[in-house]
Design a protein around this ligand. Structure first.
Ligand code: FES
Ligand code: FES
Length: 149
């Protein structure tokens, strides 16, 4: 079936299968920041923003995104560099597999909540699992990025 999405501000057309998931459609189109960790809605690595809100693209059928705005990390280069650098400065330079999803989720939080607390950050990002498990440096970088003391 034919669908179109506005991806990172650009309208793109796709021919998708009825049972095709958004992670597959987007990765095939070159948006490789989207990772496939579990493919079972558990790890958060496939997170994209749909109309500005984080969703798990491995369990979201592509046709449901028809006509909607999708944001991947490729569309948030400036913010990604800012937050990524802060995480690295805090010592969080691990394998990086979970980082695109964590950064996108944090960007969504920033736009939704101008004054988050540390608890808000933990709650909002708790679906983004890190296999390297170094959450402290990541959290410290996020706190700096969001201006949380
Ligand atoms: S790959 Fe989608 S939640 Fe793990
Ligand atoms: S940094 Fe390796 S999975 Fe998170």
């Amino acid at each position: 079936m034919q669908i179109s999405m506005i991806i990172n501000g650009q309208e793109k057309a796709f021919n998708v299968e009825p049972d095709e998931y958004l992670s597959d459609t987007l990765r095939s189109a070159g948006y490789k920041s989207i990772k496939r960790g579990c493919d079972k809605s558990s790890c958060g690595a496939c997170t994209v923003l749909l109309e500005g809100k984080p969703i798990l693209s491995c369990s979201y059928l592509s046709f449901r995104a028809n006509g909607k705005k999708v944001t991947t990390l490729e569309g948030e280069r400036e913010e990604a560099i800012k937050l990524g650098s802060l995480i690295i400065k805090e010592g969080g330079d691990q394998c990086g597999f979970c980082t695109p999803s964590l950064i996108l989720t944090t960007i969504a939080l920033k736009r939704e909540n101008a004054n988050p607390t540390e608890e808000d950050i933990k709650h909002y990002t708790n679906g983004n699992l890190c296999r390297c498990t170094g959450y402290v440096a990541q959290l410290n970088g996020i706190k700096k990025y969001l201006g949380v003391e």
